[in-house]
Design a protein around this ligand. Sequence first.
Ligand code: GDP
Length: 424
Amino acid sequence: MQNCAIVGINWGDEGKGRMVDLLTQDFDVVVRYQGGGNAGHTVMNEYGKFALHLLPSGIFRPGVVNILGNGVALDPENLWKEMEEVTAKGVPLTPENLKISDRASLLMPWHRDLDGLEEARLKDKKFGSTKQGIAPFYSDKYQKKTVLAGELLHPQHLREHLKDLLEWKNLTLTKVYGAPAVTMDDLEVWLETYCEKIKPYICDTGAFLRDAQKAGKKILFEAQLGALRDLDYGIHPYTTSSNAIAAYAPVGSGLPSAKLDAVVGVVKAYSSCVGEGPFTCEMFGAEAEALREAGAEYGAKTGRPRRVGPLDIVATRYGVQVQGATNIALTKLDVLSYMDQIPVCAHYELDGKVTDEFPFPALLAEAKPVMEYKEGWKCDISGVRTWEDLPQAAKDYVTYVEEQIGCHIGYVSVGPERDSIIVR
Ligand code: GDP
């Protein structure tokens, strides 16, 4: 694997962080290519437990160069706080192992404000945003109303650009939402407190990646969230505001000429979903509570209880297809060990007909799950390290999923720790 993307197949929170942390042993460079601080990758290793929001998950491996690509929503405040947390636990961060693209757009303080103001305006029609400013950020990026990280290296130009943006943005803040205006003094504090701190890490990461490619280095492209949250292919409008699919990796990383030769899709052995929107296979009541507890399904960023359900074969097959996955990592199989029978959403019923096609977003809310039940294994599998040692019922569950989604399951994860993995 020279160029490999690691992506989520479902709604996010599939366990991508632990897989990137594991796979980085075979790679020289890890690039985050989209998204911002609105979701978290949880990683557990010799340094401790981390909820990474912006930093690439390769940051713990000595010798690995980590890049924040031009496609990310670069929030200097969140990034600096995260860098401080990580270094406080003994992880070295230097301009050698962390590089920020000079072409990444900066998430401005007003993006977070606007996110909160719009959710408040929407009241009961809100999207369930994490209020990290992601939607306002990407809207502004596409309007070319953002500042590139590289502009921080050119202070005179930066001040003039900021003045123009401020004048424009204050129209929306004050006249549309009746919120207080942001001043240049506010921005100076923001520049001094956060932007100055990240400046040493900003460089032409495109040039670095091109050289790395020429030198035959192995590059891992890391995504945030999953296929069903992709702006173009997800469950519109309950998606994120960027492209979470592997096809965007070359564009968002800074290496647009890259050809991916492997796409590892991460699928959780059951489903979870944060925020609003249709979630066909959702469980409720005591059944949901038991699964949420067993899987510790609470948001890495917000601590919100996640909505949970059984594995959704229809959505997962669709996710595999849009991601172009070549290999699957099935995570959290150990969480299902308490169940007598494992429920699976095998098909959907729509308009009175059973279907295996993932519906058009506007019709999704009408789809009903068609359930099947698989035999449980009812024993602790968290210590298992080989396929042969898995109980037969667990093997049957994995091979059933593999056949249904049409992609080889090469990794089965049975715990959050780095070595709790079965490679097939
Ligand atoms: P990500 O955003 O896709 O990286 O997912 P999250 O970090 O939000 O959620 C994954 C959670 O599950 C984290 O708390 C991980 O430590 C944990 N985890 C990952 N793989 C496994 C596994 O195989 N078994 C168990 N029990 N926990 C896991």
